[in-house]
Design a protein around this ligand. Sequence first.
Ligand code: FAD
Ligand code: NAP
Length: 312
Amino acid sequence: MLDCAIIGGGPAGLTAGLYTTRGGLENVTMFEKGMPGGQITMSSEIENYPGVTGHITGMDLMIPWPEQCQRFGLKHEMSEVSRVSRREDGIFLVQKSDGSVDEATSVIVCTGSTPKRAGFAGEDTFFGRGVSTCATCDGFFYKGKEVAVIGGGDTALEEALYLAKICSKVYLIHRRDTFRSAPNTIARVKETANIELVLNATPQEVVGDKMGVNGIHVKLQDGTVRQIDVPGIFVFVGNNVNNQVLIQEDGSFLCEMTPWGEVKVDLSMKTSVPGLYAAGDMRAEAPKQVVCAAGDGAVAALQAIAYVDGHH
Ligand code: FAD
Ligand code: NAP
């Protein structure tokens, strides 16, 4: 029986592993389907992790984390978890893709989330070289420059407002002429002098060279194509939360979720189910930053230690 099962080995899962083991839990396994480190390992530069100066990649940042956890006894199993469920006696069952099952007193789910891609030509080629899905991460690289934002939901409009404070101009490109966003957010966008709305405009192709992005071609309603010259393109067309492990046999979720599939947690990362915690990008209102995911992991771990102590 595991004291704690940690699902996912990104910044949230690894920090949960560090704090649970160093805090005295003896039998903790982190299940990670790939290499530990999480999605930040895809980033070519991270400059907002506190205390880290100089040019480092996301991979550089994450390389020491697993070794640090292992020093305190965290076990790492390279497995994909297919489902977490809870027996009537309160014990959690961690089912894996190979069919095997582990039992655990507590579970911390840290499986992250994945921004959707819009699907226009060059989006993947230039991802990380001018195309981004994170304004907090990459907006500063375009300080004083013009950028484009794609999308017409709450995220696109809120991130356009964030970027408008850093960048000289934001082109907000949306495929319709009405937004899905909250009315007060729409009003704030319309009142912001350096946001230009480019409506009824479908992104077609990112143009650029070896140095990165130079601009984007958008098809307008009358069939003409407009070229917008920008070095940075931010895509906010929705988000896939990696919540599949919480889906039960009958299709319901193990714990309460928001309407858009994130796990509802309180300030202690407790879910609606005792002994089950969620941390990092998959939880509601996550700022989607490494430092925040790591903080969530630590908070969840401290709660799991107290929960397990109460069950021994
Ligand atoms: P993730 O990092 O997504 O980790 C989740 C882990 O769970 C993954 O390793 C995955 O393989 C594993 N997993 C998922 N499902 C299963 C399963 N069923 N079984 C087993 N394992 C599973 N943040 C910053 O603070 N600064 C930046 O500059 C920055 N730049 C970024 C650049 C890019 C290109 C990207 C993609 C992200 C960037 N971020 C940045 C955001 C940051 O990476 C995330 O906020 C952070 O990684 C979230 O951590 P997490 O542990 O919640 O999830
Ligand atoms: P969303 O509401 O699904 O909006 C996605 C936007 O991207 C839509 O405007 C959509 O256009 C556009 N889009 C989708 N695919 C596209 C493509 N291939 N090419 C071009 N445009 C494309 O996603 P979200 O903004 O990430 O929000 C997700 C959920 O979180 C929503 O329920 C939202 O309300 C919520 N949220 C709330 C807050 C808040 O309350 N403060 C903040 C952020 C998010 P169409 O409109 O034409 O479909």
